[in-house]
Design a protein around this ligand. Structure first.
Ligand code: ZN
Length: 143
C-alpha cells in the first residue's frame, strides 16, 4: 500500500461547514437571500446553546450557528474572535478507526472518545493546533 493511501475509503465527504454568527436573520440575508442557498430548516439546540440554520449546498451543508448563551463555549468564541468560520465537519465510516489513525499520527484530539448526539450521530473534534488552525469535527452517521 502506498504511503497515505491507507484508509482511503474512510472519509466520505464534507458534511457541513459551521459558521458562527451574531444574528441568524442577518446572516440569512447573505446566505439565503443574496447568495440564493435554500434554507432547509432552523433548529433550537439548547443543549449546545445555539440556534442553527441549515442550508444544503451540494452533498454538504452550511450551518449557521447563533450562540444563545454568552457564557457557553461558542458564545465565548463569538465574543473573542467575532463572526466567521467555526469548524469543518468531515463524515467518516468508522470514527473510532479514524481517531486511532489520527492519534497514531500524533494528532491531538479534543474528544478522544466520540460523543453521541440525540439522533445517534457520533462525533469528535480534532484540536485545531494539530490541523493548521482549523477546528475539524468528525461525524459518523447512524446506520
Ligand atoms: Zn458541526
Amino acid at each position: 500500500m502506498a504511503p497515505g493511501s491507507e484508509g482511503v475509503m474512510m472519509i466520505n465527504r464534507i458534511n457541513h461547514v459551521a459558521i458562527v454568527v451574531e444574528d441568524l436573520d442577518a446572516a440569512l440575508r447573505f446566505w439565503r437571500d443574496a447568495l440564493g442557498l435554500p434554507l432547509s430548516k432552523t433548529e433550537e439546540n439548547p443543549g449546545e446553546h445555539v440556534d442553527i440554520a441549515f442550508l444544503p449546498l451540494g452533498e454538504s451543508e452550511i450551518e449557521l450557528l447563533e450562540p444563545t448563551d454568552p457564557d457557553s463555549g461558542i458564545g465565548k468564541y463569538l465574543a473573542k474572535k467575532g463572526q466567521g468560520m467555526h469548524h469543518l465537519c468531515v463524515e467518516v465510516d468508522d470514527i473510532d478507526a479514524v481517531i486511532a489513525r489520527l492519534t497514531g499520527h500524533g494528532v491531538e484530539m479534543i474528544n478522544e472518545t466520540p460523543r453521541v448526539r440525540d439522533e445517534g450521530t457520533r462525533y469528535a473534534f480534532v484540536h485545531p493546533k494539530s490541523a493548521g488552525g482549523v477546528l475539524v469535527e468528525l461525524y459518523e452517521l447512524p446506520e
